[in-house]
Design a protein around this ligand. Structure first.
Ligand code: HEM
Length: 485
């Protein structure tokens, strides 16, 4: 209501006129990635909407995103204080909390280093290039067997249901040093209900912006609280077990390495870090949560696209058959030999844009972007979907055409074009699991494509309409697969 004074030389943000109380909620609708992209055509790459009474700045266009998140990274690196973010992991999340920049930065550095040590550091795992490769190869081979036996018994399967357990086992291996059976009910209940979490955490959840909605009965918010509690209890139990069996001389996994960091810090009197032990160990919650939902969503989409584009599936299989053969499991070192698979994954990321917006950002001080004034503490939505479908960058942006990323002779991926695809954010808040995410999607997919031929099942049509959320998922479906010789 109290409009901040605009400094001289700067302009007021353009945008649609808000309606009292609800703001622009009706125009934003159920698919904000589509409506906010359409608004960008009208108002430009920096504009303001209101969700309820709260102003939100929406950024699109690759140049504007680079300007805000890289060149003016400090100004846009905050997270807004939203109701659902406060509920998530008791407000101790690294990715979603409003931690002051020093605390956030220290935790982010710790998370990055712990994650690296137990995933991609070279030469730490017998016979494999890294621990991550070992986990994925074993889980991938197991997934092929599992899907074949479900096919034999039932004649079809729900891809997400099985992929999510395999992917979760990889991150569980790194975080907790353990894996779960594909029929483990506790894990199934936890990971198969992640849809509600995505729906609540996606940009534009009304209960975050219109306070009275929090007090009305709301199925999604109820489910979100329930899964959140279940998730925290699940991780807490494992963390407690780690504390009781902790041995400084044998750091088994990420949880141990975070506990060890707390112990070391107590000995180091010069340490000036002001982060509680609880907040350090809670980092494992973020790594576990981010590590299974994003990658299983990507892989499940990949399998659905293989079924929707059967000729392309055959081309990908042929590439694997010719360049890797059928006698051994594909490895990370095969990647340069598989440009078509690489291009397929990049186009999958672009076309699905299954993370349509980054996690919402927030300005850390009064700032200006493209000549428009943006006050401190303004919530900012970053529209990745718009960049990935921008007709000024992509020819026929709505066609699924992996070859757009290949060099004319088909032997190499065009890196300049590939880098324009937005899925992991950029700048200070860029995803810390990007390398792991890309490796997992590539290797799991190579293993599946080598051994299985996926197909539609009569009576089960494919519905590829995404369901909006932080991660957009396809509707649950039934597919078939044949084992290849
Ligand atoms: C943040 C995408 C996998 C950990 C993010 C963000 C995006 C993203 C868009 C928000 C960036 C922003 O707010 O500007 C993805 C995708 C993945 C993936 C598409 C897989 C295909 C992972 C994995 C991990 C991870 C495997 C860890 C094991 C994180 C963390 C943050 C984050 C901790 C918060 C960073 C911060 O707030 O400083 N990711 N992610 N992600 N991601 Fe990922």
């Amino acid at each position: 209501l109290l409009r901040p004074k605009i400094p001289e030389g700067l302009q007021q943000l353009p945008g649609p006129k808000p309606v009292p109380i609800i703001g622009n909620v009706l125009e934003v609708g159920r698919n904000p990635h589509l409506s906010l992209t359409a608004m960008a055509e009208h108002y430009g790459s920096v504009y303001q909407i209101h969700i309820g009474m709260r102003p939100v700045v929406v950024l699109s266009g690759i140049k504007t995103l680079r300007q805000a998140l890289i060149r003016q990274g400090e100004d846009f690196a905050g997270r807004p204080d939203l109701h659902s973010f406060r509920l998530l992991l008791d407000g101790k999340s690294l990715a979603f909390s409003t931690d002051l920049s020093g605390v956030w930065y220290t935790r982010r550095k710790l998370a990055t280093s712990a994650l690296r040590s137990f995933s991609i550091v070279k030469g730490s795992s017998a016979g494999y290039s890294c621990i991550l490769e070992e986990h994925i190869c074993k889980e991938g081979e197991y997934l092929v067997k599992q899907l074949s036996s479900v096919m034999e018994a039932e004649g079809h399967f729900d891809p997400f249901r099985y992929i999510v357990i395999s992917v979760t086992n990889v991150i569980c291996g790194m975080c907790f040093g353990r894996r779960y059976h594909h029929d483990d009910q506790e894990l199934l209940n936890l990971v198969n209900m992640s849809d509600e979490v995505g729906r609540v955490l996606g940009s534009g959840n009304l209960a975050d912006f219109i306070p009275f909605l929090r007090f009305l009965p709301n199925h999604t918010m109820k489910a979100f609280r329930e899964i959140n509690d279940r998730f925290t209890t699940f991780v807490q139990k494992i963390v407690m077990e780690h504390y009781t069996t902790f041995n400084k001389k044998n750091i088994r996994d990420i949880t141990d390495s975070l506990i060890n960091h707390c112990e070391d810090r107590k000995v180091d009197e010069n340490s000036n870090i002001q982060v509680s032990d609880e907040k350090i160990v809670a980092i494992v919650n973020d790594l576990f949560g981010a590590g299974f939902d994003t990658i299983s969503t990507a892989l499940s989409w990949a399998v659905v696209y293989l079924v929707a584009y059967p000729e392309f599936q055959e081309k990908l299989h042929q590439e694997l058959r010719e360049r890797v053969g059928m006698d051994r499991t594909p490895r990370l070192s095969d990647k340069p030999k598989l440009p078509l698979l690489d291009a397929f994954i990049i186009e999958l990321f672009r076309h699905t844009s299954f993370l349509p917006f980054t996690i919402p950002h927030c300005t850390t001080k009064d700032t200006a972007l493209n000549g428009f004034f943006i006050p401190k503490d303004t919530c900012v939505f970053i529209n990745q979907w718009q960049v990935n479908h921008d007709p000024t960058i992509w020819k026929e942006p709505f066609s699924f055409y992996p070859e757009r990323f290949l060099s004319p002779d088909g032997t190499e991926v065009n890196k300049v074009m590939a880098e324009k695809v937005q899925l992991f954010g950029m700048g200070k808040r860029r995803c810390i699991g990007e390398t792991i995410g890309r490796i997992e999607v590539f290797l799991f997919l190579a293993i599946l494509l080598q051994r299985l031929q996926f197909h539609k099942v009569p009576g089960h049509p494919l519905d590829m309409t995404p369901e909006y959320g932080l991660t957009m998922k396809h509707k649950r479906c039934q597919l078939g697969a044949l084992l290849r010789e």
